[in-house]
Design a binder for this molecule. Sequence first.
Ligand SMILES: [Fe+2]
Ligand SMILES: [Fe+2]
Length: 172
Amino acid sequence: MTSEESIEEQTSDLIDQVHHEHEHLRRLFDDLATRFADIAAGKTGADSQDDLVATASEDLEVALEDMLHHFNQEEEVFFVDMERRFPELQSDIEALVQAHEEMTQRTRWLHKQLSKEPEELTRELEVIVDVLRSLSELVDEHTKNETELFDTVLNKIPADERRELLETMRQI
Ligand SMILES: [Fe+2]
Ligand SMILES: [Fe+2]
């Protein structure tokens, strides 16, 4: 990786990577909120409600893991690095961490529900839909705030250091 071109390629990769992950998570939770709401509303087609709940729950479990992994990468790599470089951003970063906490709490609650049998889950569908919808809204809002901050900050970090950041992030 010696030419400027390849460094640039790798650099835009970090910014793209962050955008890609945010879009991925936003869409995932949006879709899941809609799917659970449809099931709760009885839009089940030919499939049994319990089967749909079981499948949607498995997908939700994967989405929750993806989200927690993403938070971890941000808190252990991006936020630490950003705070070191730009101490003036401390309160912005604290607000982002606070939002992670709120989303993690809802995530834990959902995790707990998902360990129940589909029949029991089906009975609790409405409250699950509410929590999932509020989580989805939080993900949306958080992504917006975070993207604004990241776009400003990442462009101020030298290209080779952004590449190192990406590599460190991938180790988590
Ligand atoms: Fe993020
Ligand atoms: Fe975040």
